[in-house]
Design a protein around this ligand. Sequence first.
Ligand code: NAD
Length: 480
Amino acid sequence: MTTQKFDNLINGQWIAGASYTPNINPSNLADVIGDYAQADAAQLDSAVKAAQTAFPAWSTGNIQARADALDKIGTEVLARREELGTLLAREEGKTRPEGIGEVTRAGNIFKFFAGECLRLTGEIVPSVRSGISVEITREPMGVIGLITPWNFPIAIPAWKTAPALAYGNCVVLKPADLVPGCAWALAEIISRSGIPAGVFNLVMGRGSVIGDPLVNHPGIDAISFTGSQGVGNRIAQQCALKLKKVQLEMGGKNPQVILDDADLAQAVELSVQSAFFSTGQRCTASSRLIVTDGIYPRFLDAMKQRMAGLKIGDALAAGIDIGPVSSKAQLEQDLSYVQIGQAEGAVLVAGGQRLQCSTDGFYMAPALLTDTTAAMRINREEVFGPVASVIRVKGYEEALAEANNTPFGLSAGIATTSLKYATHFKRHSQAGMVMVNLPTAGVDYHVPFGGRKGSSYGSREQGRYAQEFFTTVKTAYIGS
Ligand code: NAD
């Protein structure tokens, strides 16, 4: 049986790739979703030029037409959430309900930014000089390169594309090579939305082949990147050399603090969810569980019991809690970190091994390591899989210090019934997002998203804060 070929979208045309790569289902390695085009440097150049050509008309065009197009995209994404959620689960390995949830988020993001097309405001302020007025307005940045990771195959392309278009920019999107299917489906919806040719372009391919030239292309005015810290760091340096605006969302090593006074059942549930659901492959996953002495033995027993009941299997099967790891390389990394942790003195108390399920896929039993310390690699480096470590502490002050003892600063959670500790943690956590009695992962789509320290660089994504990156400020002086 021949597999379907999926092409790049350049200047409103579907253009065959220089080559194709198979998109393989990590739950079932025999299942090929399709062959996806790999763009080459010449195709990337055409995409950037098409976006540059489309920019003058799009950036000054009718905002009602822009809003209508984004709304139409959101409506179709939401209407097809089951089908697209299934595709997402099939290519990335999230469970089908998680996939449908992510698609719903993507649809809602387009709806939200459809409204934002009409809500952009400026300021008129009096001048310090008589007879002059001052206008402060926001204008689009130009042509934006969007580079996205594999773990949110539709939500991240959506939360970069929707504000870019809403504020009048043109776009070249390069999705992760591992999961091009959802980005392609989104591009296909965008191509029928009434948005003119060249405003939105999709180029698929490897980071080194397409991502690097995209960052360095002279026609690209700004880069919005989500991915690993190593790649983000390199992109920041390249953008600095070329004085390009850049926004980076990168990794996390998110702490979940459990205090003695926490509701035990709630603490266990939110820890299991944020450490292991979506196979732990969320930048906001809590990979460090920081537990105070008084609740430690009860928490550990309850965690082990809850973990023993988790159902791991085919992402498309009903009743599954956790799907496979997304790729062979990621599975190997996850398993190796379990070994690294043990070699450093951590004790593996649950999971941590590869699993065989009914289909041949990259399955792994979620791992829980105890007796860990902040200095261990397992607590300093992002694993990006279903691997959590427990750090035992004496009380709240030590828990807060441990929570902040990390090069990352994306999300941080606390489980407590104490208003005093919750309030103090909210203020003193060095993370961009703080959760009280909630999992560290799981956020709203209409408010800012991002972190501090090594997790993020540049202005926030999502909600109306997205305008900070996707627009540039102009100050105009009007004399009489
Ligand atoms: P990655 O850095 O390997 O790749 C991200 C993207 O960059 C991909 O599209 C890739 O092709 C591209 N790329 C690779 N090399 C490049 C280069 N030299 N120049 C330009 N582009 C290049 O990350 P990944 O493995 O796809 O994703 C996992 C990472 O993403 C984790 O670190 C995770 O924490 C992070 N992440 C962060 C957030 C957040 O919002 N903070 C959200 C999701 C994922």
